[in-house]
Write a protein that binds this ligand. Structure first.
Ligand code: MG
Length: 175
């Protein structure tokens, strides 16, 4: 049971991923959660750091696709200005949205990586779809009300994963 919630890697922030690290792991595309992973939920425009990171991925030919449980309107508000493709209403930890993203990118599960800040949706969903996963620290601590309930359950899951996998620690690369 604990394995279902265990990420492949734990990374301080998505911005630490580099094209070189991904190529070394045979990863050709990034699927990413939106809120608190790519952007702070209260800053839909993102930071200069985000823009620089996206430029770097684009230059390296690594697609970045948002896979979010949020509504199309909400995701589009962020994705459009950034020029990013997206799957909304993905129903993670269901795998439908993740499979849709893989199909669009024409990739096998192991050729992509799913990045997100939640065990219950992002990591669990990725594991069910056979996609390597990266858990990141939430960009900001305060949250939308609907995520607060999840965070409480997340704490219990985190305790179990940490106990079983003491080797998994927050790092700044996936090397
Ligand atoms: Mg999130």
């Amino acid at each position: 049971m604990t394995e279902s919630f265990t990420p492949t890697w734990m990374l301080d922030a998505i911005y630490h991923l580099t094209p070189e690290q991904l190529k070394d792991q045979g990863i050709k595309a990034i699927l990413t959660d939106l809120d608190n992973t790519l952007i702070a939920w209260n800053n839909p425009d993102g930071t200069a750091e985000l823009h620089d990171w996206l430029d770097q991925m684009q230059a390296a030919g690594i697609p970045v696709m948002i896979v979010s449980n949020n509504t199309a309107d909400r995701v589009d508000r962020v994705a459009k200005p950034l020029g990013l493709p997206f799957v909304s209403r993905a129903y993670k930890p269901g795998t439908k949205g993740l499979h849709e993203a893989l199909k669009e990118l024409n990739l096998k599960p192991e050729e992509a990586v799913m990045v997100g800040d939640q065990y219950l949706t992002d990591v669990f969903g990725a594991n069910r779809a056979g996609i390597p996963s990266i858990l990141v620290k939430p960009l900001i601590e305060t949250d939308q009300w609907n995520t607060k309930i999840n965070r409480f359950v997340e704490k219990g899951v985190r305790r179990r994963v940490m106990k079983k996998h003491p080797e998994l620690t927050w790092r700044n690369s996936i090397d």
